[in-house]
Design a protein around this ligand. Structure first.
Ligand code: ZN
Length: 478
């Protein structure tokens, strides 16, 4: 297992992601395929690889800009000054009359209503984040998403074509904008070349852009101040016209799951199976060139799975049901490899009696991990393990409990339900397959460049492998 982890989590594999500069996911998949091939695991179809296409949608610099037609000189803002949400993989042009309506705020108690009596159909609407009340108060970096959503929903409901939402003028360093822009600029991945069906174009920009729209530096602040001082709405049509162009670039990527199996020994029951699963991808590299090696997440599960496969393959008296080993890709970008498998399983999901997912199984608590003390899943000491289980087959929990006690491990079944969505087991859970997710928990190195092989506890991984073997045998013969 150490050999596998040391290879998969070495710098030369550049973090096994779509952002790696080399085809790192292909290299990792080749390694898995070669290893299971040498073992002699069985496969269905043409080989161990399950190939598919997925789509990466990211920024389209060329086709994203905001142009302001000023009677003196036109100004063009590129996408580092604003963010468009709900972008589509086609070029969308929005031109129209631009209406300023303050904070876009209405307050049922006081009767203050900035939307009252306005015709907003097909208009581009300009508003400030927050409310007149929050403008007066101390600035907090907290972005009140439900407030902003509430406000923009009403404006879109009134027929607006787009909303330009300006971040708080009190946010001098544009921290909020920076956060939103970082979040919105991450590429998205999906199995479908999705065209967002949301027609509402929401633009987030800074007060600098608002000043340019209003035609003069400082006018934005002055205008908001007027509303706040007079405690009454101010709205007007801006003199300058705008053009908003927005698009996303979509690129096709290759996805590859690796699947091998050991056939069951019972003529009928061998049509059923237990699936052992682990994702082999990780985060790749960031824009600074730092590598996220993902030794625990999830070279540990990947390597453990290889040796569980070897153990079942070498077992002379094969269990009654078949045992499937599934290494999935693209977990970190949205559980996509497992989604593809769940839609194209090699053994039907109705005949899959359990799915056991290994995701981060290589670490033991160290004092520095106390950064996660308040998380619901801090890394466990050596003798303990997280055992998330659903109740589609109550035997699975009993079997896991028995196997843990045989190995002197204390299982923790107490993780909250949101962990059903946290990793690849989700797509089996969703299809009512009994699932068991084994994990040693979050360490201080979780999703950090420091998740390295030298921090892995291989004795713990061995325990997890033994646990899987016992659970697998019991479930396969039950
Ligand atoms: Zn993971």
């Amino acid at each position: 297992m150490a050999k596998h982890v040391n290879f998969l989590a070495s710098d030369s594999l550049q973090g096994r992601g779509f952002t790696s500069k080399i085809p790192a996911l292909e290299i990792a998949a080749d390694y898995l395929e070669a290893t299971v091939g040498k073992m002699g695991l069985q496969y269905k179809g043409n080989g161990y690889s399950q190939n598919f296409k997925l789509f990466e949608s990211g920024k389209d610099e060329e086709n994203t800009f905001l142009k302001i037609f000023d009677n003196r000189k036109d100004r063009v803002f590129s996408r580092d000054k604003f963010v468009v949400l709900n972008q589509k993989p086609v070029v969308v042009d929005i031109e129209g009359e631009l209406v300023f309506i303050g904070f876009g705020w209405n307050d049922d108690n006081s009767g203050f209503d900035e939307l009252a009596g306005l015709e907003l159909k097909d208009k581009v609407v300009l508003i400030s984040a927050g409310t007149p009340e929050s403008y007066k108060g101390e600035f907090s970096h907290h972005w009140n998403n439900s407030l902003e959503r509430n406000k923009t929903d009403k404006i879109f409901h009134a027929g607006a074509r787009a909303v330009i939402l300006i971040t708080s003028i009190q946010d001098k360093e544009n921290k909020t904008f920076g956060q939103i822009s970082r979040w919105a600029n991450n590429p998205e991945y999906s199995l479908e070349k999705t065209i967002s069906d949301i027609e509402n174009h929401l633009v987030i920009a800074t007060p600098e852009v608002a000043d340019a729209i209003l035609g003069k530096k400082g006018r934005w602040k002055k205008t908001l101040q007027k509303i706040v001082n007079k405690e009454e709405p101010v709205s007007f049509v801006a003199k300058n016209k705008i053009q908003l162009r927005s698009a996303k670039k979509v690129e096709e990527k290759n996805g590859r799951n690796i699947i091998g199996y050991v056939e069951g020994s019972d003529a009928d029951l061998k049509e059923e199976c237990i699936v052992f699963m682990a994702h082999y991808d990780h985060l790749g590299m960031n824009t600074n060139g730092e590598i996220f090696n993902g030794a625990d997440d999830n070279a540990s599960g990947t390597a453990t799975l290889l040796e569980i496969a070897r153990a079942f393959n070498q077992t002379e008296e094969k269990p009654k049901r078949s045992i499937v080993f599934l290494w999935v890709t693209a977990e970190e970008v949205g559980l996509i490899g497992s989604e593809y498998y769940s839609k194209n399983p090699v053994f039907p999901l109705e005949k899959t009696v359990a799915c056991i997912n290994l995701d981060m199984v290589g670490r033991v608590y160290e004092p520095r991990d106390s950064v996660w003390a308040h998380s619901p899943k801090p890394v466990k000491p050596f003798q303990e393990i997280y055992t998330l289980v659903n109740d589609f087959n109550p035997d699975l929990k009993k079997i896991a409990e028995t196997a843990c006690s045989t190995l002197n491990l204390t299982p923790d079944f107490s993780l909250p339900d949101n962990f059903f969505y946290s990793s690849d087991h989700y797509h089996f859970h969703r299809n009512e397959v009994p699932i068991l997710n084994l994990s040693t928990g979050y360490t201080a190195d979780y999703h950090q460049p420091t998740d390295d092989a030298d921090r892995i506890n291989f004795d713990k991984m061995k325990k997890v492998a033994e646990l899987c073997y016992l659970v697998g045998i019991a479930m396969a013969n039950n």
